[in-house]
Design a protein around this ligand. Sequence first.
Ligand SMILES: [Zn+2]
Length: 585
Amino acid sequence: MADYLSDYIGKYVKRFESGDSGCLTFGQCGNDWGISCGTNQRILRYGIAINFLKKYFGEYEIVQKLYFNNLGDREVSYWLGEQYCSSPDEVKAAWIFCVYAVGKEEFERIEHEDILENYYNVTKKELDGFFDVEKNRAFQEMCFAGSIFNGAVAYANRIKNLLVSYQNDEQFFDLIYDSLYKEYKWERWAKAENCSYIGNSERETLRNLLNSKAIKEGGKMKKVMIDPGHFGSYYNQSPCDSRYYESNFTWDVSNRLKKYLESYGIQADLTRNNKDQDVGLVDRGKMSEGYDLFISMHSNAVGESSVNQKEEIDYPVSYCLVNDQRFQFDEVSREIGQRLATGVKEVLNTKQDGIIYLWTADWDRDGDGQLNDNYLGVLHGARLVGTPAVVLEHSFHTNSATTAKLLQESYVDALAKKDADVIADFLGVYQASTVTMTSFSLCDKTVRVIADSIAMYNDAAMSNKIGELKVGSARRAVQAFGLSDNRKGLRLEDGNYINAIKGVDVFKNNMKESVKRAESPDGVLNVRDFPNSYGSAVLRVLANGNLVRVIGECYNNADHWYLVKIENSTENITGFAAARYLKNA
Ligand SMILES: [Zn+2]
């Protein structure tokens, strides 16, 4: 829980949101369907205020009665009527009710936690590898305020667009506030000379914090306890190759795993300080108290079987516990257990798939006469302290092909790295990247995959792989960018990213250019940096009658978007606008 009463992210910007009235502030502001409320301006538009109340205060009848019918992106500054959502008065009444029901302080704490989770941390993740939101306190506060004002992804895009001109922290800080001030003209974002706002703007208040240390409230360091299987040097010799001992492998792979996890910024500890130390099984498991994961590293063996059978058996397996009583951490063990076993298969290219084996508690380890303990003592120990736990068998050292690989340093290292990647991904930790964006533009291109498959990422730094595109598949790309490590990337209309050079043919969609006229029922039409009303930044607002050049198009979830260009003596903007509101001129 945030230590809300002392120091917290958002402390300095709170006064610019709500002055002294805090969560009981109500106001009218811009394109918000007529109401903004609360410490951090939850607006009516997009259902933001209503959804917030429903999420946290759904037990109250007055909140249950609220509704929001998502009828699309309408750029108006007034409530659009009962067909859209509850009235501003109804929302205000429910809001005030909830503030008094739980108390002002508790209400603001809930609001603050919600913003950290759904705005600030989302912006931070979007910018991972590009811009260090937690480089100093000013950036941190700026992004807290910006993410709730603009929306998390749109604010991250605003920063990405400006990164090309980054010189130093203060210059970039001013660049971001210049872009907000230019667009909205609010004194809140003005430089001192243009500002009469409570004596000082948000910009000038935060400028003093550019050299202050960021507070690490949002991210608790993740911790993993690694158990290097068996102690000593000569335990469990392979029948296939006399040089292989399981205890040598587990010590080596565990130390490498520790190193890789640490490179992710994850705290990693071993259950023993040296190779020959013998620590009891249950004690090893218990050492994981307060950790996010316990992992015991092994290679497997089959008992009495024919040589032929042994050569057929090579499945990587994670052992997890089953008990009558299932806890949340048991489910976690099973999920990560399966992912780890699959990872081992990928590295060793085993014949059999990676699986999890659920081991039942049918052992009387503690000698109390009840068969309610587990044979796998380390898992039993971890379970006693409530830590998700896995015994991971890196295939079989009774299989000669596997044994040959486990004796090679390159495979041991690759296994450790894979285990670390899987764990980091599972814990939501991504490698800090030093890459920055060096160019950015909007486009209308088609990408066709010519390699067997290419990786698809959910970040522009192209470090978090989330899937693949197979040979022959084609996608439309709507953003193009360059990175400081010379990679070039494309953002697809579904929001994911691919490498623009490797394994693809890219060609421009040559739509016949035309001039079109804005004509929207609301009188205004947004030009955005991505063909999506919700996760994009507004680059320009067109008024009805404005003419634009249409140079491309795309479809996103069946919505038709035009890529438009606005060029005149003072501006040169390319962006996406909803096609249905652009008519032939
Ligand atoms: Zn073992």
